[in-house]
Structures are given as structure tokens and as C-alpha cells.
Design a protein around this ligand. Sequence first.
Ligand SMILES: *Cc1c(COP(=O)(O)O)cnc(C)c1O
Length: 453
Amino acid sequence: MESKKFLLQERDIPEKWYNVLPDMPVKPRPILNPATKKPLSAEDLYPLFAEELARQELNDTDRWIEIPEEVRDMYKIWRPTPLVRARGLEKMLDTPAHIYFKNESVSPVGSHKLNSAIAQAYYCKKQGVTNITTETGAGQWGAALSLAAKHFGLELAVYMVKVSYHQKPYRRSIMQTYGAQVIASPSMSTKAGRRILTDTPNYQGSLGTAISEAVELAMSTPNCKYTLGSVLNHVSLHQTVIGLEAEKQMEMAGEYPDVVIGCFGGGSNFSGISFPFIRHNFSGEHSARFIAAEPASCPKLTRGVFQYDFGDEAGYTPLIPMLTLGHNFSPANIHAGGLRYHGAGSIVSQLKQDGLIEAVDIPQLETFKAATMFARGEGIIPAPESSHAIAATIREALKAKEEGRAKTILFNLSGHGLIDMAAYDSYIAGDLSNYEVTDEDVARNTESLERII
Ligand SMILES: *Cc1c(COP(=O)(O)O)cnc(C)c1O
């Protein structure tokens, strides 16, 4: 009998991250200084980010970047992660498709986010930084960074989107257990937060607002840097350990994916599973498809505009070339908190513009139906975010069945949902609904963007 699980050894943890920028047929436009509209240099980013991270952000020449020994050592706590053939799900779908998933839910914090949190905390520590700030949606990034900060002896303040602070109280407890300070955003502790609370006292927060608060605190605190869990190039870079391991494991399974799927918030786990495979598309060896699965309530890839926009609500960040719904877009309070972000990272946005990747948007109820099926077939309760990738996988597997064709699908299970059971409760009780974004919503939020492109 064929093994269902493909396991690597500690020595197989990648020694280098893969930087897709040098291989891209069309590179993304540069990030800009909002005041001068001039491209920013790495030095311009030093006040905000650790210097090494700023250099990684703009590095479009080195294809491979060494993973520091201290970072690899910490990866060894849970990496390499398993690749699993989802035979249970295949059987339930009665599909000829072969479905594989990379299980990033086995990290101590339950998601892929730790891959970059460790790297970011390490570079801050190495530079002598003492304090870091960040934002978190569902709390996955905050939890990961709390653990990483503690390991490297950094003080961490986390702005957590208010709706998640209440929907997911246990992620707050996890962060506090690791020793972080957690503040519900919007808060009265920053100018950005006070402005929003004065205008809209009941505002339940968004990632864009929480980023503004975290950036403001970092910029006004000595020896303090800001860190971000998604969207940026260096975050995607760190996540490529996922795809690099998966590449070896697919080889063990004797297959190569026809389709690679990841759920999509700002792009880090999708990039992590995809970029190591897409490099073989660029070199002409393979022609896999890549599908980013986003929520229908926050459809930046499928319905956003391609334009320069801020990464945050208040407009503190550089201008990033992105597919965006506008930095003032306020997504519905869906349970996939990690996907409630208005824009997509510049690399993924460019790949989508150039037709090199695809995107689908999925209604909330379909994601929970998919999640429930996956749980019953594979035994793992997926994160509401990851369920978007599962739903997209199921669509592809059913298409294969209709066409009577075999197909190999690889998706990233970005996290487990054991701390999201309140969301499952609502689904079981029939209390969840779909949220549609109207064209007017998108137009209203994007028309105020400056037309730079
Ligand atoms: C944060 C998060 C996401 C979305 O972020 P990306 O940067 O797009 O990967 C997806 N899944 C889980 C479990 C998350 O915590």
C-alpha cells in the first residue's frame, strides 16, 4: 500500500529562501515615497524595518538568500512539515484528481506565519532593536510573532483588529501567554486610532487601521521597529520554505502538480507554496496553473483595481503597486479574519496582471462547507482562511471528475481552526451568511486613489 504522508528529515529544511523577483518576466513597479512619488531605496525603509529586511524587500538580483543558522534552528521545532495525499477527501468527492496538501498547521502556533515571524524577530534582534510592533487580524500573525519575539528577547506590542479581538479571544490569550502586549484596534493609544474612533465610534477595525496604529507606535518609539506578517516581498520570501519542501515531497510522491492553490489574504502563504514551482514555469520546464483563493467579501485580486495604494488605512506606509479595493475599504466581518485585507502584495499583483496566476473569489458558506468536508475526510479542522484553498481545490477536483481527467492538485493548508470553533458553531447553527461586495462599493473606495499607473 502506498504511503499517504511524505516526510522529510531535519537536514532537508531548506538552507536558502527562493527570491522570485530576479526570475519574473515583468518585475513589479517600485514602491514610492508618497510625498515625492520617487522610488524608495532600502535606506529609506530603515526607520521602519530592520535593515536586513529592508534590503531583502528590494533585492531583485539574488535568486537564493541564505537562511541564518539561528532561524533554521528554530524551524527545526516543527519543520519540515508533512505533505499529505488527501485520500479521504478524494474518496468523498469521488474524483480522479490526486489531491495533496502541505500541512503548515503543525507549527506550534497553528499556522504558516511562524516561518516569517522567526526571521523578522531574528533580524531585529541582530541589529540591536529592543521593541517591535505589529498588527494582527485573526491573531495568527500576532501569535507567531509573540513566540518569535520571546525567543529572541524582544518586547512586542500587537494591535489586534477589534472584531477578531472579540471573535477569537483565545488568540489574544495565546499572545499574552507568550508575553506580548495586545491592544484592540482601533484604540485611543494612537492618533490614527483616535481619529477613526472619533469619526466612527463603533468601528470594528480592519487590518489597514491596525497597521496604521502599529506603524505610528514604531515611528514614535526609540529603538523600535515595525513588522508585517504578509503583503511585503520579504515576507513572501521567508514563506518559500513551504514550496521548497513541497517540491522535494512531490518528487517523493512521484508527481508534479498541475495546479497549485493557496488562500489569499495579502499573499504570503500563496507565494510560499507557489513561487518555488512557478520558477519552473518561467524556465519552460513545466506549465502548472496557480490559483489564489480569496473571500468574495474582500475580492482584491478578482475585482480590485491595479494602482498605487497605501498598505494601511491612515496612509503612513510607502505607496505599493497593487491590486487593491482601496485602503479605506472596510470588509465584512467574515470569520476568515486573516483574509480581510484590502490589497495584494506587489509581486502577486504583477503576476496576476500578466496572466501568470489565476484568482477565484469564494463565498463564506462554500468555504465552511468545504472545511466540514475536509475535516470529515482528513480529520483536521482547517482554519477559516485555509478553507478558501480547500473550496478552490474541491472546485478543481469536481471539474476533473466532470471532464473524466486525472489531475494533480497541491494546496497549502495554511493553518488549523481549533481556535476558530466559534465560527464553526455559527455555521452549524445556520447563522452564517455570504457577503457580496457591490461594484459601487469597489468604485467608491478606489476612485479616490491617485492615478499613478
Ligand atoms: C494570515 C493567514 C492567512 C492569510 O495571509 P497570507 O499572507 O495571504 O498567507 C491565511 N491562512 C492563515 C491560517 C493565516 O493565519
